[in-house]
Design a protein around this ligand. Structure first.
Ligand SMILES: *[C@@H]1O[C@H](CO)[C@@H](O)[C@H](O)[C@H]1NC(C)=O
Length: 520
């Protein structure tokens, strides 16, 4: 911002009254000591000069204002507001550059028409214009896709644990609006990072946090407002756990306003810049995006998520791969849709950062975080965008609803709680597989599927489960085929390894459907 401070002072000094040696000149042609354009008369000359100065002053004033707003937003932790305005930053800098260029053009004309005492103004403006364009406008345009991805990865649908007594009330938008309007004893105070901030057309959505909305209300009071049949609501996962909590998925679809995940408070400040970097100065874009995604999709039991990239689970059960020295990470990299994965060299630096961030959640969680961040570095922004737009970072709620028999009667034989737990525990592997083997061409056609059911089957098999009672139902085959269609390349082996098998199980061969249960 230094050029602007400089510009501001220079223009102020400039604008102070001082004798204009050339205002006494009656005709441009008679200016003795400088160039003069014949078609600009003295009035035009002064007008040019003052328009130029005015434009520069207005620009630097607005610029100062915006810089102040940004500084306050960052200082106060208003990250929703900050990330939101960052999406328009490249237009803002283009506007500033255009205004400064115009001002510069005008002062050049003024100079050429005989105001030769304006050399200081010419110099100031040329510096400010050049610096704005080179230092701010061009980088802002180059980083705009990242800024957009950052918005999506931090503000997408979010999973939150709520008391299971409230599970049956969590449904569509009208239910939530009803809950929002219920009388409560204490007002809800938003976290600073939730602030939407100043907006021309603020969205009319629920700004409160869903857990805060439910806090302090009792079941009876809500049941007067929200009709329920006693089943878990549409936006609640049934993960088969019975610990008094269920996992709620809430987003714009349920009528909530987008907001940056509150996990942002634990992110180091260098990663929150428009050009993020680690403390050591490495490229931090992958880290920042991955942290946004992981802040939203953990679910209730992050310790239990399976991602056996270091073969620990396999070893514990005595399962050995044919070539134990060949790393699973190498397989993930070489078979990836984004091969040759130039950023795989960042692995150890990212490992270090993610350990600092997530070591409390266990090794496998850290490994998922590293893998996700590295893939996000290497995959083209269009793919990441599609993936986030289709909410493939979240466990498939449709599949979970179906397997937990919602709406009632959709399953002939119900999935057991253990099966639902396995579905959840395989969900992080499913996330990595879906991004690493993402088939952009398929996804452009519309429908999106995450390999949740496939990963469930692999983990269930790895842990010694028998074919589930519902496995022969028709939807299973359809779903498995759709899931496989969305992936590209040799994903089956990596998925099997990550979920604790020594190789692709022949039982799950999709070409010989239905394999499971025939031989074992
Ligand atoms: C960081 O990596 C991303 C993805 O590879 C790339 O687009 C970006 O330009 C890099 N940023 C810097 C500062 O090197």
């Amino acid at each position: 911002m230094i050029p602007f401070t400089f510009l501001f002072y220079a223009t102020i000094v400039y604008a102070l009254p001082h004798p204009f040696p050339d205002t006494t000149v009656t005709s441009p042609a008679s200016t003795p000591n400088g160039p003069s354009l014949p078609f600009i008369n003295p009035t035009g000359k002064v007008a040019l000069l003052w328009t130029s100065i005015g434009l520069a002053v207005v620009t630097s004033f607005w610029q100062g204002l915006i810089v102040t707003i940004v500084t306050i937003a960052e200082g106060q932790g208003m990250w929703t507001f900050r990330f939101r305005i960052a999406r328009y930053e490249h237009w803002w800098w283009t506007g500033v550059s255009a205004m400064l260029s115009t001002s510069f053009g005008l002062i050049i004309f003024s100079f050429l028409s005989g105001n030769s005492s304006d050399s200081l103004g010419v110099l100031t403006l040329s510096t400010a214009t050049a610096v704005t364009i080179v230092r701010y406008a061009i980088p802002a345009w180059r980083h705009r896709t990242y800024i957009e991805l950052r918005w999506l990865s931090w503000t997408g649908p979010s999973r939150t644990g709520i008391s299971s007594t409230f599970g049956k009330f969590c449904g569509e938008r009208p239910d939530w609006v009803g809950i929002q309007n219920m009388p409560r004893l204490e007002p809800i105070i938003p976290a600073p990072s939730d602030e939407w901030g100043w907006a021309v057309n603020p969205p009319k959505a629920i700004w409160e946090d869903p857990t805060a909305l439910l806090q302090g209300l009792d079941e009876k009071a809500i049941s007067r407002v929200v009709p329920t049949n006693g089943q878990l609501g549409r936006c609640v996962y049934d993960d088969g756990y019975d610990r008094g909590q269920v996992s709620l998925l809430w987003s714009e679809k349920e009528g909530f306003r987008r907001r940056v995940s509150r996990a942002i408070t634990s992110v180091p400040s260098t990663l929150l810049h428009s050009v993020p970097s680690t403390y050591d100065g490495f490229n931090g874009t992958g880290l920042c995006l991955a942290m946004g995604i992981l802040g939203r999709n953990k679910g209730l039991a992050p310790f239990q998520l399976v991602f056996d990239v270091h073969d620990r689970r396999k070893n514990e059960r005595g399962v050995v791969r044919s070539d134990p020295k060949y790393k699973v990470t190498t397989e993930i990299e070489t078979t990836s849709s984004w091969f040759p994965r130039p950023n795989k060299v960042m692995r150890s630096f990212y490992q270090k950062s993610m350990e600092e961030q997530y070591s409390g959640l266990g090794d496998e969680f850290v490994s998922v975080a590293v893998e996700l961040a590295l893939i996000l570095l290497d995959c083209p922004p269009t793919a990441a965008r599609q993936w986030l737009d289709q909410n493939l970072e979240q466990q498939s709620i449709e599949l979970n609803q179906h397997m937990s028999n919602r709406p009632e009667g959709s399953m002939r034989t119900l999935a057991s709680p253990e099966e639902l737990q396995t579905l959840y525990r395989a969900s992080y592997t499913s996330m990595i597989i879906s991004l690493n083997y993402f088939d952009l061409a398929q996804h452009n056609r519309g429908s999106a599927r995450r390999p949740d059911l496939t990963c469930f089957a692999l983990l269930w098999l790895a842990e010694g489960g028998d074919a589930p009672a519902w496995w022969k139902e028709e939807w299973v085959e359809t779903r498995l085929k759709e899931e496989a269609n969305m992936l590209r390349g040799k994903w089956k082996r990596a998925a099997s390894w990550l979920l604790g098998l020594d190789d692709v199980p022949t039982l799950l061969n999709l070409e010989e459907w239905p394999g499971w249960g025939a031989t074992k």
